[in-house]
Write a protein that binds this ligand. Structure first.
Ligand code: ATP
Ligand code: MG
Length: 394
């Protein structure tokens, strides 16, 4: 018999019209993900998405581990599709329980099709009685070691015996796209991952200041994005030439305000770029309190230059939790490779932890920065990092 993976969606995300959109989006994402797994067949229905695997399919473990990471799947049930016939349900249940041999079990019945002659209680009773009479394991309704989930739908009955937790969240692409400020550090790739898990696509913007920052950072970004390709198959990266602007800032702005003004310039550029790339929001890897430029006062002063929403997925995350995620997605080892960041190169000895808007504005009036902002925007180079081609295209 074909094995069936029954994909369950989160309840919250599946209300009203959103439901069809959610399922369509998840369905096409899964089809794309499994396109090289020809024998794994993906089907959708209004209730679930099913992936059927032929009996003895050698790549079952691989398919399951791929699906576990797909945003939008709350949990995966492992089971079978049966006819809508109580005898068939009883026999399949017994076969599973004799094979899996849990210390105890209980039936969890969901009768989605009310025209089925037995109600949920009746089905559970019939199955329980049959299993016990035929030497199956005993029932424990309070603390079973295995839940046998039986679902009766208009087209078929389904029985599943193993629950595998999924990534949760929303299908990728369902919640639009943001422009993520990607540095070479630990945090911004984790921010990307947290966005992707919520169904938000990312497009990346990086500020490079050669020769102060080395060319090696490009390899780093490339390697990081290749790790993220597991979640988003094609990621655009835009690299902003930031050197001239940064030099001007350090020439004209008082040292304690350099970081603040630099970040305000980054935000101005990001805001313009977000329009160009059709991203309604910007995202960063900032986390409140982590460094001087990440205090609430500092965020307020930096944010003042734009009204494009800035999403900070890590705003209140623990550094250890961030590192744990970075290790999980495989970006940690890449991020800790030594490199010069444009922020660290010019890092002032005593940055302002509570920079004031008026003060930042005053410093910006000392020099006409606008043409340099424009130049930086004009000089952006675009790359695509893609799972398929496996390399950077310009
Ligand atoms: P990260 O580990 O992501 O580099 P961080 O802890 O080093 O973060 P900062 O260097 O202060 O913190 O940067 C905060 C955020 O600003 C980053 O997460 C990133 O979103 C953005 N950022 C910093 N430097 C750059 C850069 N050179 N290019 C693009 N974005 C940047
Ligand atoms: Mg950094």
């Amino acid at each position: 018999m074909d094995k069936l993976l029954i994909l369950h969606f989160g309840e919250l995300s599946t209300k009203g019209n959103n439901r069809a959109l959610f399922i369509d989006c998840l369905y096409s994402n899964i089809r794309r993900l499994l396109k090289d797994y020809g024998e794994a067949r993906v089907e959708k229905s209004p209730a679930h998405i099913y992936v059927s695997l032929p009996e003895g399919y050698a790549r079952e473990v691989e398919v399951v581990s791929l699906l576990r990471e797909v945003p939008g799947i709350q949990r995966l049930g492992l089971g079978y599709r049966l006819g809508r016939d109580i005898r068939e349900i009883k026999e399949a249940s017994l076969e599973i329980l004799l094979r899996e041999r849990p210390a105890s079990w209980k039936a969890k019945v969901h009768r989605a099709d009310k025209s089925f002659p037995l109600d949920s209680y009746g089905v559970a009773n019939e199955v329980g009685g049959y299993v016990l009479q035929n030497g199956g394991p005993s029932v424990d309704v309070h603390d079973p070691k295995m839940s046998l989930e039986i679902e009766i739908r208009p087209e078929a009955a389904y029985v599943s015996y193993e629950e595998i937790p999924g990534a949760g969240g929303y299908p990728l692409g369902m919640n639009g796209k943001v422009l993520l400020l990607l540095s070479g550090g630990i945090d911004s790739p984790v921010a990307a991952y947290r966005l992707l898990r919520r169904g938000i696509l990312v497009e990346c913007l990086h500020f490079a200041s050669p020769p102060y920052t080395s060319e090696a950072v490009m390899d780093k970004l490339h390697d990081i994005l290749r790790k993220l390709n597991r979640f988003q198959a094609k990621i655009r990266l835009h690299v902003v030439p930031f050197t001239a602007l940064q030099e001007a800032i350090y020439r004209h702005v008082d040292e304690p305000y350099c970081i603040t003004v630099m970040r305000r310039m980054m935000m101005r550029i990001a805001a313009k770029a977000s329009e160009k790339y059709r991203c309604p929001a910007i995202a960063t890897g900032e986390s409140v309190g982590q460094v001087a430029s990440q205090t609430l006062e500092s965020m307020k002063t930096i944010n003042e230059v734009t009204n494009v929403p800035v999403i900070r997925p890590l705003a209140v995350s623990d550094k250890l939790a961030i590192i744990e995620d970075a290790k999980k997605i495989g970006t940690y080892e890449i991020s800790i490779r030594p490199y010069e960041d444009c922020c660290t190169i010019f890092a002032p000895r005593k940055p302002k932890t509570k920079p004031r808007i008026e003060e930042a504005r005053k410093m910006e009036e000392r020099f006409d920065f606008a043409p340099l902002v424009e130049e930086a925007l004009q000089g952006i180079s675009d790359f695509v990092i893609s799972a398929e081609e496996g390399d950077i295209d310009i």
